[in-house]
Write a protein that binds this ligand. Structure first.
Ligand code: SIN
Ligand code: CO
Length: 400
């Protein structure tokens, strides 16, 4: 985990505390040589290969004869063969692949360098590839992003414009107008942080030999409306499962004669308001909601269960290899409640400390959990059973 007081080359020499206070959600920051000698994590061919896989979210954005086009993967060789080999100012394209951290351990390791932002706010690593001129056009995003340059170069333009009107009917969000206020040419290892809603435009610059690849470390921030909808669904589940009980039945021994039998009286409305006001929640309910909701996998995420293994064999492997979260797993915690891929578990004391380490670091090394060939005493039978269950579900794997 990052120390908040240590100055980081990744942040151009700022400490995480300084970055959070001065830039996060506030203003852009250009960091030259944020990751020295960063050559990228995968080749254009490997990225195209990912875009051909069924469960991988990918897009090709093409600009052709003054119009933007977007198509969604999975793609095939035929789709790629239709794209211009020699892009021009009037016809260029880019490929974008979402959640590369779900497929590449190196991508998860890259995201871990951004640990100064809570895991609950992290979304994914998107990687783009574009020959000369390619990009997704002038736009703004609703979320914070670090744009790290891999191979090749990209010209980034940003604008302090307040006019964020979009071209109507375009298949992607393109700004109608763009007034450049600053621009930089980013080279491998350079990085640009952008706060939400800042207009930007990245244009691939290629010498023909090395095309542009950009790594977007993207964050998530639920809309208030979405939080409310999801929370009310969570509360409804509590009612359905009798974890929240409103005793009694509507009573009106004080009923008086109404002029209109069809009218809903104000007395009835007051009584029902009083009943509904008994639906209350504590910060523990909100914590449980956040833990399950924010660790819940996206709809396209599938876990491959691990083969059944005896508890004895499981122990032996655990001692020898340690254990790690699956690349797609999201683990969060609050006090003694642990949330893994939308499921909750409670642990206290030393067991909780072990699980906090697993959640923060995404793995437990053999010496985090054992010494001299024996599991530490804090891995009691209940914790061992839980780790085993998560392993069988495919949420954890032995660390190699
Ligand atoms: C990209 O084209 O790689 C970055 C997209 C963006 O501007 O968010
Ligand atoms: Co953007």
């Amino acid at each position: 985990m990052n120390s908040k007081k240590e100055s980081l080359p990744l942040l151009g020499g700022l400490t995480p505390t300084q970055f959070l206070a001065e830039y996060w959600q506030k203003k852009p920051l250009l960091i030259k040589n944020a990751i020295p000698n960063f050559a990228g994590l995968l080749s254009p061919d490997e990225l195209a290969g990912l875009a051909c896989e069924e469960y991988v979210q990918s897009r090709i954005v093409e600009y052709k004869k003054g119009k933007w086009h977007a198509s969604h993967g999975p793609f095939s060789d035929v789709d790629f063969s239709k794209l211009p080999e020699q892009p021009t100012k009037d016809h260029h394209w880019t490929l974008l692949v979402q959640s590369v951290n779900h497929y590449l351990p190196e991508a998860t390791a890259l995201l871990q360098q951004f640990d100064f932002i809570p895991h609950a706010r992290l979304d994914d690593l998107m990687v783009s590839y574009a020959p000369d001129g390619g990009g997704v056009g002038p736009h703004f995003d609703s979320y914070d992003v670090f744009l790290l340059q891999g191979q090749g170069k990209r010209l980034w333009r940003i604008s302090d414009q307040s006019d964020l009107s979009l071209i109507e009917g375009a298949p992607l969000r393109i700004l109608q107008n763009f007034d450049t206020s600053q621009e930089w040419l980013l080279e491998a290892g350079d990085m640009l942080y952008l706060p939400p809603h800042l207009a930007h435009w990245g244009i691939a610059v290629s010498d023909g030999a090395t095309d542009c690849m950009t790594y977007s470390i993207g964050f998530r921030a639920p809309k208030n409306q979405e939080l409310a909808t999801e929370f009310l669904g969570f509360m409804q589940d509590k009612l359905n499962q009798d974890q929240l009980v409103l005793d009694g039945i509507y009573q009106d021994a004080d009923l008086t004669l109404q002029n209109h039998p069809a009218e809903i009286s104000s007395a009835m409305i007051s009584k029902v308001s009083a009943i509904l006001q008994k639906i209350q929640w504590s910060k523990y309910d909100v914590a449980e909601f956040l833990g399950t909701y924010l660790s819940d996998p996206k709809a396209d995420v599938v876990f491959e269960p691990n083969k059944k293994i005896s508890m004895r064999a499981f122990n032996e492997k655990l001692i020898k290899l340690g254990i790690a979260l699956d690349l797609k797993s999201q683990m969060l915690f609050e006090t003694n409640c642990f949330y893994l891929n939308g499921e909750a578990a409670k642990f206290t004391g030393d067991s909780a400390e072990i699980l906090k380490k697993l959640a923060d670091n995404r793995h437990l090394k053999p010496n985090d959990i054992s010494s001299n060939g024996h599991l530490h005493k804090e891995i009691d039978a209940q914790l061992l059973q839980q780790i085993h269950d998560w392993y069988i579900a495919g949420y954890l794997h032995f660390k190699m």
